[in-house]
Design a binder for this molecule. Sequence first.
Ligand code: DAK
Length: 257
Amino acid sequence: MPVDFERLGPVGVITLNRPEALNALSLEMLEKIDSVLDLVERDAAIRSLIITGAGEKAFSAGADIGAMREATALEARAYAQRGHQVFNRVEAFPRPIIAAVNGYALGGGCEFALACDIRLASERASFGQPEVNLGIMPGWGGTQRLARATSPGFAKELIFTGRMCPAAEAHVHGLANHVYPPDALMGEAIALAELIATKPPWAVSASKEVINLALEGDLRGHLARELDLFALAFTTKDQREGMAAFLEKRQATFEGR
Ligand code: DAK
């Protein structure tokens, strides 16, 4: 299977599994990721997700250049649209998604990681938008999401030059939250996903929604939305449990209600 899905208790792990092509994203893989998200959406017991790449070299080296070269205009359009749809879905997905970037995250691979909520990187990882080297520009959100995750100046430097940015540099610019030795990456990603999974899912999901809005234009409207969602939290059982547990000096158990 070019995409694997595994459950580790409350954590789901999606693995891009085409290491012979550095996990370059084929249309089939995008469709499979979409159907895994359907499955996860129906299963409230999965509270956080990790996306990583199979093999030692790559998270994903981007769009499938071989498939693009051969594609008709209509096929290229379907492929490009599917990428947009899947990355937008990942960004808006009502559960947190961590990218465990184990190697190259280039082009569409970097854009995929950018659509995730949190990026953890292996010391072996490198990020980049090399489209300029192929005579194109980032087309799956890289111009927008890279500038927002880092800074307009850094995004322009990477996109204009197409150069690769090593993990340590990605960390300095906010592109990677943390950098770990390769052997430690998955353990750290799972620990983070498990920690988030112990938190009230509604509060995590609502926070994700409004943090995403913070990056869009309308600050006043988004603050109003934040206020509404904050008030709605007080209709949940998890809010009562969380506050009661704090006052009773015990560990809270959140049920997602
Ligand atoms: N697609 C397909 N195959 C790929 C690939 C890719 N992106 N990247 C690597 N491979 C394949 C190689 O062809 C090679 O296959 P074989 O020759 O063994 O059959 C195998 O993976 C191993 O790669 P290398 O032999 O090149 O490995 P190296 O260690 O020497 O080099 C590398 C690693 C990452 C530096 C190199 O593979 C590389 O530069 N890869 C290309 C990276 C890249 O340019 N990525 C950006 C792709 S463009 C659009 C929206 C979005 C997009 C386009 C349009 N619209 C809205 C219209 C997205 C575009 C992109 O992502």
